[in-house]
Structures are given as structure tokens and as C-alpha cells.
Design a protein. Structure first.
Length: 416
RNA sequence: GCGGGUGUAGCUCAGUUGGUUAGAGCGCGGGUUUGUGGUACCUGAGGUCGCCGGUUCGAAGCCGGUCACUCGCCCCA
């Protein structure tokens, strides 16, 4: 039995759960399509630089969560840990910079070698959108708005809150970084071990430390919003004004920083209390530098990604695969005829299941169990008279009628 | 990668201070009903007690390791 298991953090998805995933994805495709985002699909692995350069060499995703391997041509490849880099690479590759803006949606599996938890898997699905070629702050608002509508459509918006922040442009960030380091250096001996490490590598990430002592120190830390240059400040104001104009509630979390190098300006997260430690359900931001990091021209972009499994955990399921009609023969010798009948029913658009084995009693019990509405019964009498017996499983009434008549009856019923 | 919890039948769980053939409910199979269901009753199958090792006359229960899940940290969707 032991060898039959899946590898750690990688799960089978059984029909009932997969149905939820698909609904989550379908809603995303539908909403984003209305906003004229077109679906794109990119490979689940790429040359590893495609991810390493934009995400940052020191990022956790690259240093300890990567699935990097060499193929038989000795190329260093990486299973994708996120979708944005691949989409931008594909966009550049296809020469679509001639026609900006471009709006894309995508979904598919991502891979991160992390310690599994509820809502955190090593193979998980993301649905995301990317808007490329627009530096206008209204594009940020548009993208957040698509996310908002999406979560609303899923019926989840009331259990979520939107946090936003700005990381500013490069100049603002460098200025802020300098004062932050100066401030934190005074408390270096009191900071958590992780934060001391980050002080030299990626000081901004100290801001979202959950360590209580770190938090205390951070209360009086300089605020990034005070170190934005005029341009970055104006930009952020336009974004928040835009959200207000659309009636999208948000709160500014000055400590919200994204872990990936490619982010700048707007960063946002929709979070919930309902999933424990993995509360981020949809998150993204602006990544104007990404295209250049990949070796392309300077193309601005904004986007977000949503965790399909996490959203599914919050979504109600009404999965069923119940047939409109079940077919059962008095004995096994009628199964061939039933298969023939099945074809006509399927062609009429009905869902059908045949019960091949068991006694009549067993077959009816099974029909009840799966909640079928009708049964078509075939036996000696029916064959002789070239009819079928149609039984309404709710009322219990039966009639001997022609197959065509039965199809009409069933169709009328299931259309109501 | 770090720390805590859990691991008995397909599912939810009992299993008394270590002591014969490890239990229940639900579900599953067969039957009461050889052309008729949802109820009821009868009956059957299914467990190397996560895995490996140790302690013991004897381990599902104690000890060590390991694997998986879970909660938190880290990080993120």
C-alpha cells in the first residue's frame, strides 16, 4: 500500500473536489473574459533563469523551494513556481510588444518545494491575470477590480479583506531602504534571527515579519509612504482614488511587501481569516521591471494570481453527476438493447446510466441512491410489444410507451 | 528548513493501569423480495492498529526512529 501513495504535498484530486476547482477556474475565465482578458497557456517548466532572474536569487522560492533539474540535453530547467514570468516570456517571445496593451488570463499547476500545510501544497493550481503594456495607474485599479468581481462572483467577498500598499519606484525604494536599515540597525540585537539575516539581504521583507518582538520594533519604524518621490506618491493616490470610485473597500498596510524582486509600486492581497496561516487567497501587484529582467524591452505590467485550492476550500460544493434516467433490464440478456437505447437518449441530450448487473430490487435501490428521476425497464413483455416501461421514480407510476414518447417525457421533466 | 499535535476497517471513531480470536455506527456485498426502489429485518466481506526497530513472558497502548497528515514559524496562492 505504501508505494501507492502520492509524493508529499502532491495530491490526487477526486471528482467532488475537482468539480470545485473547475468551478473556481471557470468563474475566473468568465469574469476575466468579460474584461477582455484572453486565455493563454505556457509550459509548466522553463529554463530556470526565466524564474531565477525576476524572482530574485535570494528569494525563498529560488533558494529553497525550487524544483530545478537537468534534462538529457543538460539544460537546467525549473518547474514553474508562479505564472507571471512565463506569461511575460511568452508575450515577448511572440513579438506581441507591437500590440500593447495585452491582457491575459491563465491557470494551471505551479510547483514549490515547501512544507505542506492546509492550503499549501507542493503542486497547486493558480488562476491569474496579467495586463501588459500599461503603466497608467488605472490599469492597477482595473486589475484589482477584476479580482474583486471574481471573488464576489464566487460569493467570498464578505469573508475577505483587501490590503494594499505601494513599494514605490526604484528611487523611492532605495531611499526608504536606506532609512529603514539605519533605523533597524539600532535594534539589531533585538531582532529575530531571520530578520537579522534579511537586514543585509532584503530589509523590506522584515516589515511583514510575524515575530512579536519584530512587530514592536517596527511600530516606530519609518513608513514607506513618507519616502515616496512625488511621482510614486501621485500614482498611489490615483490608485486608491480609483478603488474608492468603484466602491472597493481596502485598507493600506504599510508593512505589506511582496517577496519577489519584480514587484514595484502597487502591491495588494485579498486575505481571509478562515484558512488559518495560509490566508492569502488572491495577490499581486505591479511589475514594471520584469520584462527587462528577462532581457526584453521595458514593458510595464500588473497582475495577480489566485490559489485555486485555497478558494475551493471556501466555496460550497453541490457536486452531483446524477443521471436523468437509468436503464435496467430484467436480466442481463437485455443489456445490448439497453446500450442501443442509451445512444438515442444521449443523442437527445439526456444523461444516462445503465445498471448491468444485480437483481431488479438491487437496481432500483441503486437508482434511489443516485437520485435518478426516471427508470426505463426492458423485459420480455416490452420487447414483444416494441415498447419500453417508463417509471417515474418519485411518484412510482409506470407506463408502457414507445421510446420516443418516453424521451419527450423525460426531457420535459428535466427542463423544469 | 524549525517547533507542537495526530496516525486503529472505505468514512467517523471506541478500545479502561500493556494480558486470549481488536470493536461500534455509517458505508459496501448477499438475502427476506426468481419483473420493482426509498422503510425494516437477517447475513457477509473488509484491519500485518502508518512503517521499522526496542523494552516485555506478552505491545494498538510504553520507548526510539521513520513516513504521512495537521497546527504554528518561515514563505506565499
Amino acid at each position: 500500500m505504501d508505494k501507492l501513495r502520492t509524493v508529499r504535498g502532491v495530491h490526487d484530486t477526486l471528482p467532488e473536489v475537482l468539480d470545485k476547482h473547475n468551478k473556481v477556474i471557470d468563474k475566473g475565465l468568465k469574469i476575466s473574459n468579460q474584461y477582455c482578458y484572453s486565455q493563454i497557456e505556457t509550459p509548466i517548466f522553463e529554463f530556470s533563469e526565466i524564474f531565477i532572474k525576476p524572482l530574485g536569487k535570494s528569494s525563498d522560492i529560488v533558494t529553497k523551494e525550487n524544483y530545478i533539474f537537468k534534462d538529457r540535453s543538460d539544460d537546467e530547467l525549473m518547474l514553474r513556481p508562479e505564472g507571471t514570468s512565463g506569461v511575460v516570456r511568452a508575450f515577448l517571445n511572440a513579438g506581441l510588444i507591437q500590440e500593447v496593451p495585452q491582457r491575459f488570463s491563465y491557470f494551471g499547476p505551479m510547483f514549490r518545494y515547501e512544507r505542506p500545510q492546509k492550503g499549501r501544497l507542493r503542486q497547486f493550481k493558480q488562476f491569474g491575470i496579467e495586463c501588459l503594456g500599461l503603466s497608467n495607474p488605472m490599469a492597477d485599479v482595473e486589475v484589482i477590480s477584476v479580482g474583486y468581481d471574481y471573488l464576489q462572483e464566487l460569493g467570498l467577498i464578505n469573508s475577505l479583506t483587501l490590503k494594499i500598499n505601494t513599494l514605490g519606484d526604484e528611487e523611492s525604494r532605495l531611499n526608504y531602504r536606506k532609512v529603514l536599515i539605519e533605523y533597524l540597525n539600532d535594534y539589531k540585537s533585538n531582532l529575530s534571527e531571520d530578520s537579522v539575516k534579511r537586514l543585509s539581504q532584503n530589509p523590506l521583507r522584515i516589515l511583514d515579519s510575524k515575530n512579536q518582538n519584530d512587530q514592536k520594533i517596527l511600530i516606530k519604524a519609518p513608513n514607506i509612504l513618507d519616502y515616496l518621490n512625488q511621482e510614486s506618491k501621485d500614482r498611489f493616490e490615483k490608485v486608491t482614488e480609483g478603488l474608492e470610485a468603484l466602491g472597493i473597500d481596502y485598507y493600506i498596510d504599510k508593512n505589506l511587501v511582496r517577496g519577489l524582486d519584480y514587484y514595484c509600486h502597487t502591491a495588494f492581497e485579498f486575505i481571509t481569516e478562515k484558512l488559518g496561516a495560509q490566508g492569502t487567497v488572491l495577490a499581486g501587484g505591479r511589475y514594471d521591471g520584469l520584462s527587462k529582467m528577462l532581457g526584453g524591452p521595458d514593458i510595464p505590467g500588473v497582475g495577480w494570481a489566485a490559489g485555486v485550492e485555497r478558494l475551493s476550500l471556501m466555496v460550497e460544493s453541490d457536486f452531483s453527476n446524477k443521471p436523468d434516467v437509468v436503464l435496467l433490464g430484467v436480466s442481463e440478456e437485455y443489456n445490448t438493447s439497453l446500450l442501443y437505447i442509451m445512444k438515442s437518449l444521449v443523442k437527445s441530450g439526456l444523461k444516462v446510466e445503465i445498471f448491468y448487473t444485480g437483481s431488479m430490487s438491487k437496481k432500483f435501490k441503486r437508482a434511489n441512491k443516485i437520485n435518478a428521476s426516471f427508470a426505463i425497464i426492458l423485459g420480455e413483455e416490452e420487447i414483444k410489444n416494441k415498447v419500453i416501461k417508463l417509471k417515474n421514480l418519485f411518484s412510482g407510476s409506470e407506463e408502457l410507451i414507445r421510446l420516443e414518447t418516453a424521451i419527450e417525457t423525460i426531457k420535459n421533466f428535466s427542463n423544469n
